[in-house]
Design a protein around this ligand. Sequence first.
Ligand SMILES: [Zn+2]
Length: 106
Amino acid sequence: MFCYNCGCQINEKDTFCPNCGKNNKLINNIANNTYKSISITGFVFSFLIGIVGLILSLIGYRKSNAENQENYKKLSFAGFLISEITITWQITFISLFLGLYIIANM
Ligand SMILES: [Zn+2]
């Protein structure tokens, strides 16, 4: 990709242009927006796979907190709470089915 300021070719991972030293806006926006995708993904996963939702919600919360994004902090916190509930019933069901399976095969 190219620097938005001087147009010289730069590495996609470079935040600052090695030629002119300008902060690359596009790269910076993508980096600063990761809290959104992580918070939303964490929230969605909190209903499906509790442990994944829990981890993503924690990361999303920390990133949203760093960016001062109150709405995404709330979303991550909700994802965190839902993940806990999901983990609890998933463990309960797994133990229940495992117990029934063992009893049925004794
Ligand atoms: Zn440049």
